[in-house]
Design a protein around this ligand. Structure first.
Ligand SMILES: Cc1cc2nc3c(=O)[nH]c(=O)nc-3n(C[C@H](O)[C@H](O)[C@H](O)COP(=O)(O)OP(=O)(O)OC[C@H]3O[C@@H](n4cnc5c(N)ncnc54)[C@H](O)[C@@H]3O)c2cc1C
Ligand code: FES
Length: 340
């Protein structure tokens, strides 16, 4: 039976189909609310359940009024009222599920592969720089990967995939992929996109393949001839983790508005650049970020530490900290709901 979801202290309500998750139903009705992983891991979509009862897909125990829920996992069990931090009407690029062909794979470093996918001839799928796709796998599993190409090139998808030993996609599936193979993907997802005026200077922080969505965003500025001041701090353990060093260095050489600082935690003896963690490299370079926006992507621990450091110690406005955490998307369906 269809259930009605009402938003507390507002006149917003929308229907939720049987077994439909609240986040999906909100989007189907034309609303956007906070989310990132859609897998029950990142807790970005948490909301208070103020009335009614929800089931938690697919294994969790039910939640009742007064408890906190994750809207990407919660399925109403009858009419419910929720109080999310925000919800708004927003036009999103239409989301599609589509078969794409593997064009080529490039092993860019010992643990990062760049995967080039092609949409069927004549098909284009609009997306915003910074968004991600979901790749379908056997058994109903899926994995999220950020789109690394700029929105102008919307008949291809470039993914930067870090190898996780034993990983279902990044090890098993990727190892067997050959040019010409077909993958089913859904896109676009995500709210990690340019969220402010391009006159505001931006600091970007990436760890590892967290560079992928930032590459799309920077290339969009280049494509649209927008001279937004951007300083990219890209961190890793060792040299191989900055797997597009040449490309980014070339941007820094030719674009007056773009600055680049690579940061390594455990570099080899020949490294002359910054050492340590990206978030500390930013605080070492900037005393006051009150007039800045920050875009951070990659390791969830880096993101949480960067948020705390930059907001508490460098006067960054919390609403100007934008992030996408690469939480593990496998096993997520079994992840626990936040403590009530
Ligand atoms: C919004 C979003 C965007 C993402 N974009 C990217 C991207 O552009 N590039 C990219 O490489 N990844 C990205 N990820 C992570 C990606 O979705 C997968 O979680 C990751 O590739 C692991 O999937 P897998 O199937 O290879 O491993 P799984 O089968 O999911 O995991 C196998 C084992 O490895 C562990 N594990 C999983 N991930 C890690 C890790 N990072 N470190 C240590 N252990 C781990 C798991 O706990 C499990 O035990 C993104 C995640 C999100 C939520
Ligand atoms: S979007 Fe719901 S937990 Fe990540």
């Amino acid at each position: 039976m269809t259930s009605l979801v009402s938003i507390a202290n507002s006149d917003i309500s929308f229907p939720c189909e049987p077994d439909e998750r609240i986040l999906d139903a909100a989007e189907r009705a034309g609303y956007t609310m906070a989310y990132s992983c859609r897998k029950g891991v990142c807790v970005t979509c948490r909301s208070n359940l103020t009335q009614g009862k929800v089931k938690i897909a697919p294994f969790g125990s039910p939640k009742h009024a007064g408890e906190e829920i994750l809207c990407c996992m919660a399925i109403p069990d009858g009419p419910v009222e929720i109080a999310p931090p925000w919800i708004e009407e927003r036009r999103q690029p239409a989301r599609v599920s589509i078969n794409v062909t593997v064009h080529k794979m490039d092993q860019r470093s010992d643990n990062v592969a760049i995967l080039h996918l092609r949409l069927p001839i004549g098909r284009r799928v609009p997306f915003a720089a910074g968004q991600y796709i979901s790749v379908a796998m056997e058994g109903g599993e899926s994995r999220n990967y950020s789109i690394a190409n700029p929105p102008r090139l919307n008949d291809i998808v470039e993914l930067h995939v870090r190898h996780i030993p034993g990983g279902m996609f990044s090890d098993t599936v990727l190892k067997k992929l050959r040019p010409g193979d077909v993958l089913n993907i859904a896109l676009p997802f995500g709210l990690f996109t340019w969220s402010d005026d391009h006159s505001v200077p931006a600091i970007m922080l990436a760890t590892g393949t967290g560079f992928a969505p930032l590459k799309s965003m920077i290339q969009e500025l280049i494509d649209r001839n927008i001279s937004r001041p951007v300083h990219l701090f890209w961190g890793g353990e060792r040299e191989a983790d900055i797997y597009e060093l040449e490309l980014v260095t070339s941007w820094a050489r030719r674009l007056s508005w773009f600055d680049f600082t690579p940061v390594l935690a455990n570099p080899g003896t020949g490294w002359t650049g910054e050492r340590g963690f990206v978030q500390n490299a930013v605080t070492g370079r900037y005393d006051d970020l009150s007039g800045y926006s920050v875009y951070a992507c990659g390791n969830p621990i880096m993101i949480e530490q960067a948020r705390a450091l930059l907001v508490e110690q460098r006067s960054l406005s919390a609403e100007n900290f934008h992030s996408d955490a690469f939480v593990f998307s496998g096993q997520a369906e079994k992840a626990a709901q936040p403590a009530a």
